[in-house]
Ligand binder design. Structure first.
Ligand SMILES: Cc1cc2nc3c(=O)[nH]c(=O)nc-3n(C[C@H](O)[C@H](O)[C@H](O)COP(=O)(O)OP(=O)(O)OC[C@H]3O[C@@H](n4cnc5c(N)ncnc54)[C@H](O)[C@@H]3O)c2cc1C
Length: 497
């Protein structure tokens, strides 16, 4: 009998598990894969270490979720700060996204024109972004579900920040129009593509309240993790275990049900059964109908059906001989020319991250590992392909290699030592996420972050976290969701005493 069973060792689940374990609670994490971290992980192959998904890391600045987590649970992590954090390639321009906001205003003026509207747009985004981070970390009862939560929020917040709310219902496009930028097509494309990698939606549909921190992502401390992103989940597990937490790998949960004593019974694929008064699901909403029963099943089905808007990813891992320029940024976004898109995926930009020179955990000196990703629309369609699967996979792979050859300085096809690519089918095999969906629920005006479902469900003791729960995707997002879920669970545990 456990105090809590966490299903999945994504960053959301591990954050919550580590947060609760330090309260001398008996916590068990069940993970289907042989490696932890889900979309924020790394895996060894052919002597190299490849990134599974995420490659950029923020969240350690004051008020941000990983700052809070580190302060509370004190995990240690080797991380190197990157500045500039990213280069965006657009129509022959290379646009450097610096950490310094003031420097960025200068760069933006050089690249897009010294228009007052552009400066005003960025200044508003930066102002909102800083307030959003400050507020989100101190509102651990969000979204509110009862009078006590509302009271807590009222006491916790400064009424002067209430003006923020209106930006949850205004699209980024509306704000761009307000500053006279609606016809600046180059700037609009830049904003759309920066939003698609952070908010999973474009300016037309992304509420400005979410877009502001998403667009200002590069102005916070960005880190590179030597050895790969897996060092983050591993650091959390180390701390969690020190507090007595238990984790079982290669245990896929196949059933969750509430028995007649009001205890949750969880069964893994080997038939082993575990019991607890509290369950925390760190898996996407779309996975839950398959493993739940009765009323919980009905509810998860309804919730999953409401969210039919999702992305998949097409990713590549490449090892190449290192002929890249020494001063090359580690992260790059390549925006495709107008009216072009990646075949089959229908995406219009490609994100490339390069292992740091001298990161010999990932590859020998003289070689570099490239992690490449692009959005893939309708991920389900990859599951219906039979004969055409490998042909279409090769088509996308070849298109992306061609693009890199044309646009990434120092990259040549002949320098490739090893290459592998992954479709949504591969993603489902790796993360067990239904249809290989990634990136959670795209931010949209119909479902602004404020109205997203939080960690509470109608079933006492059944909680959720991860990228299909408030505040949504991204490492800092799911870490915040994990902290909120943990606080909710601790409240219930105290009530139960
Ligand atoms: C290609 C790509 C690039 C990205 N880049 C970035 C980036 O640069 N920066 C950033 O901040 N974010 C990035 N993200 C987003 C970020 O990685 C995710 O939002 C975040 O890691 C999701 O965490 P999660 O808590 O939802 O759990 P997940 O990562 O979804 O992990 C869930 C875990 O549950 C396990 N599991 C599933 N089903 C079961 C079951 N039945 N039983 C037991 N275990 C189960 C899985 O194996 C997995 O380990 C990227 C995502 C992708 C896909």
């Amino acid at each position: 009998m456990y105090d809590l069973i966490v299903i999945g060792s994504g960053i959301g689940g591990l954050t919550a598990a580590a947060w609760i374990a330090r309260h001398q609670k008996k916590v068990l994490v069940l993970e289907a894969n042989h490696l932890p971290g889900g979309c924020c992980s790394s895996y060894p192959r052919k002597g190299y270490v490849f990134e599974a998904g995420a490659t950029t890391l923020i969240g350690f600045d004051e008020y941000q979720p990983l700052y809070l987590l580190q302060k509370v649970i004190g995990f240690s992590l080797v991380k190197n700060e990157l500045n500039p954090s990213m280069t965006v390639w657009l129509d022959g321009k290379s646009i450097t996204r610096t950490k310094s906001f003031e420097e960025w205003l200068e760069i933006s003026a050089q690249q897009f024109g010294d228009e007052e509207g552009i400066k005003k747009f960025w200044r508003l985004a930066w102002k909102l972004s800083n307030i959003v981070w400050k507020i989100s970390g101190s509102n651990l009862r969000f979204p509110p579900t009862c009078f006590r939560d509302l009271l807590y929020l009222a006491l916790q917040n400064n009424p002067r920040d209430a003006f923020l709310l209106k930006y949850a219902f205004l699209s980024t496009k509306t704000i761009l129009k307000r500053f006279g930028l609606e016809n600046h097509s180059e700037f609009l494309r830049f904003i759309d593509e920066q939003l698609i990698i952070t908010a999973q939606n474009t300016a037309e549909n992304t509420p400005f309240l979410f877009a502001a921190p998403a667009l200002c992502y590069t102005h916070y401390s960005n880190y590179y993790l030597p050895g790969g992103m897996i060092t983050l989940p591993k650091a959390l597990i180390r701390e969690y275990r020190l507090q007595g937490g238990e984790i079982k790998m290669k245990r896929k949960v196949v059933s969750i049900k509430l028995n007649n004593k009001n205890i949750y019974q969880v069964i893994d694929h080997k038939g082993q059964s575990y019991e607890s008064h509290n369950i925390l699901s760190n898996i996407p909403i779309w996975n839950l109908p398959e493993i739940t029963e009765g009323k919980i099943n009905k509810w998860t089905k309804t919730q999953a059906d409401k969210q039919r808007n999702y992305w998949g990813a097409f990713t590549l891992g490449i090892v190449m001989q290192d002929e890249l320029p020494d001063n090359l940024t580690l992260h790059h976004q390549f925006i495709l020319p107008v009216n072009q898109h990646i075949p089959i995926c229908n995406s219009t930009s490609v994100f490339v991250s390069i292992s740091a020179k001298g990161d010999t955990i990932r590859c020998p000196v003289g070689e570099r590992v490239l992690s490449i990703s692009t959005h893939a629309e309708n991920p389900e369609k990859w599951f219906r392909k039979k004969e055409s699967y490998f042909q279409e996979k090769n088509l996308v792979e070849n298109y992306i290699i061609q693009l890199l050859e044309e646009r990434l300085p120092g990259f040549k096809k002949d320098l490739i030592l090893f290459i592998q690519s992954a479709t949504p089918v591969t993603w489902e095999n790796w993360t067990y996420r239904k249809w290989g969906t990634v990136g959670g629920i795209p931010q949209s005006l119909k479902a602004p972050v404020f109205l997203m479902k939080g960690s509470l469900t109608p079933f006492p003791g059944f909680f959720r976290c991860g990228d299909t729960v408030y505040p949504g995707q991204g490492i800092p997002g799911v870490a915040l969701g994990g902290i909120i879920a943990a606080e909710r669970i601790l409240t219930r545990m105290k009530i139960k005493k």
